[in-house]
Structure formats: structure tokens, C-alpha cells
Design a protein around this ligand. Structure first.
Ligand SMILES: *Cc1c(COP(=O)(O)O)cnc(C)c1O
Length: 385
């Protein structure tokens, strides 16, 4: 790859490196743009972008009514629900599929708690590539419906999300499919770091003081850290924000690891929380999350389901932003952070709103595209039919 000069292993994830300098991000101020604006800092060679759907360039909203409610005059919402399948997963999907189109792969696979799968199903449909998806049998039915509407194959795994990841990765190795699994494919972090570049540009080329984001497997937060760190490496910023990661009380492995106290069983129960998008018991790159939070002087906080639902209502009623519970976690986390002195009301704080509740027109998932499986053999046989 032309632009990538090397790669280092950092806390269990692969970190691509570039020849950092200030010219890598253009000086102009475009009215509208996509994540390909930052392609000098992405692992794509020259030539036209093949992925056919515009991704990224999402608004950074000032949210005046919410600012008033919170007593925070410098509060911002980075609205990632404005991507084509309404979550930040579209960025990672686009970069992985761009790579797949260039390498002429015919199938992409991922495991997912829901949104990565919806993004992959629709993105693959747009790119003309087959999607084979693995989810827990707990996956939200509306999200399943969307996946099969987009023509994806969906395999349901009773043993849960971690087992779905294992099967998807084994299938990628065995059948030579493109592996979009978060944490396994470093391109997911490369794509998601463009959020940091966008926020920095939207704040007149300054990083916020504090950046708050929900944490499931970890790439969203780790990518923010990498993006802000790369701006410093390029000589375009002199500091990075404190990162605050938010998890649901019912599934908070990384908050417990951060505090150094073991999680009880009620704190590791993904089916118990409304925040399905971040309900991950064994985060793929948890150590990298803890490193990123520590490096910037941030913290990890847990929020209750009531607080998550309250944040959904407040985002709707005070900012006009529709979010699913996991997507609203940053606002719930902000209240905890302010209470505990981790963020000050006078600071510039950016909330990453990661996903919106999905609509399915009351359709149900296609039975000819779904199957409950335990083994790769069952996957192979279902796909042959
Ligand atoms: C996936 C997801 C996250 C967290 O992303 P990770 O990169 O896995 O930590 C947050 N919110 C929503 C809505 C998501 O779908």
C-alpha cells in the first residue's frame, strides 16, 4: 500500500503508520465532504474510489437547547446517525469494502451485535458483493430484517456474540472471504479515525477538551485516539482530548477493568441491557481502549439503562437527534462525568452519537436467508442450497 509506511502492534491491535506531515489534510473548507477527504491518511492507493455510497462528513451540531439544559455552552454532538445505515459502522464497512472491490473479493463476512451487520449487508449490496453475517440469536429482530432485506445471509449462533465472532473468523480463513470483524481488521480503526479528523476541522482545526463515546468492542474509541494522535504527529494539533468511554451497567467489563475491580455476573449480561450495540462481554481490543483512555487522561464510566433511555429522550427532545440507547450513551456518560469532576461544564465537550433506532416497515426477516448454526459445515451446506 502506497501510503502506509509501516505497522506496529499496540495493546493487541495493529496500528498502521504513515509519513506524517501537515500537508496530508487539505487546507480548504469544503461545505460538504465524505471520509475520503482524508485518504492521504487511509490505506487506499491512488485511483478513483470504487465504493459507490458517500460515507462520513457527518454534522457537528451545536444543539442550543441541550446546551441550555446542561449548562454547557461549548457542548457539541457529532451525529453519526447521519450515515446511510444510521450508525458509525458505515465508515469501517466502506473502507473494508473499498479494499475488497480493489482485490475483487466475492464475499465479505462479519460477526456483529447488530449495526455492523446492517452496515455490511447494505454496503455489500451496494458494492455487488455477497455478505455472510453471524449474530447471536439475541440479535434485535428489526436489525435481522434489515440484513435479509439487503440480501445478506444471516447465521444465528445460540452461544452468543463471542461464538459468532469465532465462526465468522474461521469462515473467513477457511473460505478466503474478506474479514470485516472489528478488532481483526485494522481497516476498521483506520476508517473510524476519520471522525476525529472531522471534529477537529469542524471546530476550526482544534481538538475538543473532552470527547465522550460508547464502548463495545473498542474500535470506535481507539480510533478516536488514533485520529487525534495522528493530528499531533502531523503537526496539525498540539494536544489531544481526554477520552471518556461509556458502557452499560449490565455489561461493563472495561469499566471494571479500569477501576481494577472484578465484574459481577449482573455486570456481564449482554441480554440484560437496552444498549445492544455496546453489549460485549469480551471486547475485541479492550486493552487498547484502556491504554487510549489512560494516555489522554480520561476515564471509563458506566450508566444505567434508565439513564440510557433518559438520554435517548433528551437527545430527541432537546437536540432533535434520534438515537438508539447505545447511540445515546455518550450523553448519559456526560452526566456521570460532570458529576465526578471528569469534565467541566465550561469545557469544549463533543458527544459521539453513534446510532439511530432502525425502521423496517413491519417486515420480517426472510426465512430463506437465515439459519441457526453451530459449525462451519452447517454454514457451507446452507450456502450451497
Ligand atoms: C458498535 C457500536 C458502538 C461501539 O462500537 P465499538 O467500536 O464496538 O466499541 C457504539 N454505539 C453503537 C450504536 C454501535 O452500534
Amino acid at each position: 500500500m502506497d501510503r502506509v509506511t509501516g505497522s506496529v502492534g499496540l495493546a493487541g491491535c495493529e496500528w498502521l503508520q504513515y509519513d506524517y506531515n501537515p500537508t496530508l489534510i487539505a487546507q480548504d473548507r469544503p461545505g460538504s465532504f465524505t471520509m475520503w477527504r482524508y485518504r492521504e491518511l487511509l490505506p487506499v492507493d491512488d485511483g478513483p474510489v470504487r465504493y459507490p455510497v458517500p460515507i462520513g462528513g457527518t454534522p457537528l451540531l451545536p444543539a442550543p437547547a441541550l446546551r441550555q439544559t446542561m449548562g454547557m455552552p461549548h457542548l457539541w454532538i457529532k451525529d453519526e446517525t447521519r450515515n446511510p445505515t444510521a450508525s458509525n459502522k458505515d465508515r469501517a464497512t466502506a473502507l473494508v469494502l473499498e479494499d475488497g472491490l480493489r482485490r475483487r473479493v466475492d464475499t465479505i463476512t462479519t460477526a456483529s451485535t447488530g449495526n455492523a451487520a446492517v452496515a455490511t449487508a447494505f454496503g455489500a449490496a451496494a458494492a455487488g458483493i455477497r455478505a455472510v453475517i453471524f449474530v447471536s440469536t439475541d440479535c434485535q429482530p428489526d436489525k435481522l430484517t434489515l440484513m435479509t432485506q439487503a440480501g445478506a445471509w444471516v447465521f444465528l449462533v445460540r452461544a452468543g456474540y463471542a461464538a459468532a465472532v469465532d465462526l465468522s473468523r474461521a469462515a473467513a480463513r477457511t473460505f478466503g472471504w474478506l474479514d470485516r470483524n472489528t478488532g481483526a481488521n485494522p481497516f476498521t480503526i483506520e476508517a473510524k479515525k476519520t471522525v476525529a479528523f472531522e471534529i477537529w476541522e469542524q471546530l476550526e482545526r482544534r481538538p475538543p477538551d473532552v470527547m465522550i463515546a460508547p464502548v463495545g468492542d473498542g474500535p470506535t474509541l481507539v480510533a478516536l485516539d488514533k485520529g487525534f494522535a495522528e493530528l499531533v504527529s502531523c503537526g496539525l494539533a498540539t494536544r489531544r482530548p481526554r477520552l471518556i468511554g461509556v458502557q452499560a451497567e449490565h455489561c461493563q467489563p472495561l469499566v471494571r477493568a479500569w477501576l481494577g475491580t472484578p465484574a459481577g455476573p449482573a455486570e456481564l449480561d449482554p441480554a440484560a441491557t437496552v444498549a445492544d450495540g455496546i453489549a460485549v462481554v469480551r471486547p475485541a481490543i479492550g486493552n487498547a481502549v484502556l491504554d487510549a483512555v489512560r494516555r489522554g487522561g480520561g476515564a471509563m464510566v458506566a450508566v444505567s439503562d434508565n439513564a440510557l433511555l433518559g438520554a435517548v429522550a433528551t437527545l430527541a427532545g432537546r437536540a432533535g437527534v434520534g438515537a438508539e440507547p447505545a447511540g445515546a450513551a455518550a450523553l448519559a456518560g456526560l452526566e456521570v462525568a460532570v458529576e465526578h469532576g471528569l469534565a467541566d461544564r465550561a469545557e469544549t465537550v463533543a458527544l459521539l452519537v453513534t446510532g439511530r433506532e432502525v425502521k423496517t416497515n413491519r417486515a420480517t426477516s426472510r426465512p430463506d436467508r437465515t439459519a441457526i448454526v453451530e459449525t462451519l459445515d452447517q454454514v457451507e451446506r446452507a450456502l450451497e442450497q
